[in-house]
Design a protein around this ligand. Structure first.
Ligand code: BTN
Length: 243
């Protein structure tokens, strides 16, 4: 695996995207940084991470064999790769909060930012950015954040975690290539945070919605049973789970 290690960068996703715009990179090229000055999160948010203590990396893959209508499965494959890795490192109580936050014991330990380039109605390049909180122990003003060290008390080797994630990602992307969507969705569904439990959300207008997560559609929408028993599908920016 080709790996580019940087001491500091604005964002590994931005750096890799720029690199890929200027040259053809081998699949699974990784850019890893000890520190990000402008780490980016989902929905335009920031990703904060203490220098040198956590994994912050991006990986490029050609996933153009996946139809645009199935792009959500890249989130599925990535989430499963991270969860499988963490299981191998004996991290307890792992769940995936839709669409792709990884939780342990109800706290977020990993965030994923997937950025696709689309050309002629097809996926061209996919950049998968992963921020895994590993050896950091203090998360000021982030009450829902935690790290592997906070959860188990142990110190972890970043390179060992990185290579396991990349290997598992290759495995799940090969499942995607084989068209094993049902198997992937089944594994994802089994890990879904708050599935079948009454939960509170906010919708895109900030209004509170009460409901029960039932499942995920193949296009990645969250199916929520509302108070009146009606099943409603919500897209990525339409609903936020409060927990
Ligand atoms: C989120 O949960 O909001 C997604 C966070 C993704 C963070 C990672 S860290 C490496 C890569 N580079 C970035 O700028 N973001 C991702």
């Amino acid at each position: 695996m080709q790996i580019i290690k940087l001491s500091a960068i604005d964002s590994t996703n931005s750096y890799l995207k720029q690199l890929a715009a200027n040259q053809t990179l081998p699949d699974y090229t990784v850019v890893m940084a000890e520190n990000q000055i402008l780490g980016r999160g989902q929905r335009g948010g920031k990703w904060q991470s203490e220098a040198g203590k956590n994994l912050m990396f991006s990986i490029i893959a050609d996933i153009s064999f996946v139809g645009l209508n199935k792009a959500f499965f890249i989130s599925v494959a990535t989430s499963l790769a991270v969860v499988k890795t963490l299981k191998a490192f004996d991290i307890p109580k792992l769940k995936v909060k839709w669409p792709n936050d990884i939780l342990s014991a109800n706290k977020k330990i990993c965030g994923i930012l997937i950025e696709n380039t689309v050309a002629k109605q097809k996926l061209k390049n996919t950049i998968i950015g992963i921020g895994l909180n590993v050896n950091q122990t203090k998360f000021a003003n982030l009450p829902q954040a935690s790290s592997l060290k906070n959860i188990t008390g142990e110190q972890y080797d970043l390179d060992a975690l990185l290579s396991t994630i990349v290997n598992k990602l290759k495995h799940y992307i090969s499942m995607l290539k084989q068209g094993r969507y049902d198997d992937l969705m089944q594994e994802y569904d089994d890990l879904l945070f708050r599935k079948n439990r009454p939960s509170t959300f906010t919708d895109k207008n900030g209004s509170v919605v009460l409901g029960i997560i039932r499942n995920i559609t193949p296009s990645g929408k969250l199916v929520v049973e509302l108070e009146d028993g009606v099943l409603k599908e919500f897209g990525l920016k339409e609903l936020t789970l409060l927990y």
